[in-house]
Design a protein around this ligand. Structure first.
Ligand SMILES: [Mn+2]
Length: 326
């Protein structure tokens, strides 16, 4: 028997998969990238953003800061093979987990900088960033980094809501304002912005008029139901062609019957979400930002994990040039 005791500063007992801090596994147990050098041979990198956002209107405070840990734990239910596509995703896409960004709670502007810098680091290594958790100011810092590094960027935003308010809850950096901040970026053209899934009485007429004035494209749930998701996807890909694409997902785009704790009725199904994610993954995919998981309930983490895997499956198919669709 080897009676070896740990010192207080030693690492915790390890799981059988790589960890990000001793007790939280990496997303899907993928290899842990610890520095820029580790990113160089990878295709995509998961990065956690544990920012504590302010309480959303009409709901209690969400423990969103824990999403980066709980989602990684919940993801261990899965591997990288999708039988419905007969595809081993990690055979074609090398995914690593780059840990969490050190944000400063309560300081949105500093946290935006820190997030954007980290995303730039991932892009400089030639890697596609996949953010989990709650970024400060919605997907703004991820979009900002992509516009800065890649120049020609298209954004597909899946959300029930517009997130284009000039100000919300006293601040211009609220998650409900990120699309308005995006439109102020010098090198981003709102004609390369497509929003899918808008619906319901939380949105004002001014927010829709704003989109029309900016020349961005949007599809309401009624458009999706009338045309079908295939036609909406064709239109979307046409609007953003020639650009590296950021897929920004607020999971309240899903119907509230799609999982416990979801937010708005009459949304899209999980299958429609996966199909959209796959097709975007296949088409000049540049990044994925999981902007908002409405509630810290395990089945929602499973939906997020599937969505990331389907996006990566699309990326794999794009790489090997097979044009099958789910
Ligand atoms: Mn929303």
């Amino acid at each position: 028997m080897n009676y070896k005791y740990r010192k207080s500063m030693d690492e915790f007992e390890k799981l059988l998969v790589p960890t990000i801090n001793g007790r939280t596994p990496t997303f899907l147990g993928v290899p842990r990238a610890k520095n820029k050098e580790d990113l160089k041979s990878a295709d995509a990198a998961i990065i956690g953003i544990p920012f504590l956002r302010s309480p959303p209107v009409g709901r209690e405070l969400q423990p969103s800061i824990l999403d980066v840990y709980n989602l990684r734990r919940a993801s261990l239910k899965y591997g990288g093979y999708l039988p419905e596509l007969d595809l081993e995703v990690f055979e074609y896409v090398k995914l690593v987990d780059y840990g969490n960004i050190e944000v400063i709670q309560g300081n949105v502007e500093k946290s935006i900088d820190q997030t954007a810098n980290k995303i730039c680091e991932i892009l400089e290594a030639g890697c596609v960033p996949i953010t989990i958790g709650t970024p400060p100011a919605g997907c703004y810092p991820v979009a900002k980094a992509m516009v800065e590094k890649l120049n020609k960027v298209g954004i597909v935003h899946l959300d029930a809501h517009c997130d284009n308010l000039e100000e919300h809850a006293g601040g211009k950096w609220s998650g409900a304002c990120w699309v308005a901040r995006l439109s102020e970026l010098e090198n981003f053209d709102m004609k390369n912005f497509v929003q899918i899934g808008i619906r319901g009485p939380r949105i004002s007429k001014e927010q829709i008029d704003w989109h029309k004035k900016k020349g961005s494209h949007f599809f309401t749930i009624r458009d999706i139901r009338e045309k079908g998701v295939e036609e909406i996807l064709d239109d979307t890909l046409r609007h953003i062609s020639g650009n590296k694409v950021l897929l920004a997902i607020d999971f309240d785009v899903l119907d509230l019957g799609a999982g416990p704790g979801l937010d708005e009725p009459a949304g899209i199904s999980t299958w429609e979400l996966l199909k959209i994610s796959y097709e975007i993954g296949k088409s000049n995919f540049g990044g994925l930002c999981v902007e908002w998981i409405p509630s810290s309930i395990t089945p929602l983490y499973w939906i997020v994990t599937w969505t990331i895997l389907y996006t990566l499956a699309g990326m794999a198919m794009g790489k090997i040039g097979i044009s099958q669709s789910p």
